[in-house]
Design a protein. Structure first.
Length: 51
């Protein structure tokens, strides 16, 4: 369940990064959104592994 939530958060972060890019926000903010989305996806993957 947590992995599905993290994947949803990653999707929202990716959408936000794409939206910010089209609006001309600073690149540092866009890159930080991409990094956070990647971390959320890695966390979702790690939650699916067996203990």
């Amino acid at each position: 369940m947590i992995s599905v939530i993290l994947m949803g958060v990653a999707g929202l972060l990716i959408g936000g990064a794409l939206s910010f890019r089209s609006q001309g926000f600073p690149k540092a903010l866009i890159i930080s959104f991409w990094i956070l989305a990647g971390m959320a996806l890695v966390g979702a993957y790690l939650f699916t592994l067996d203990a």
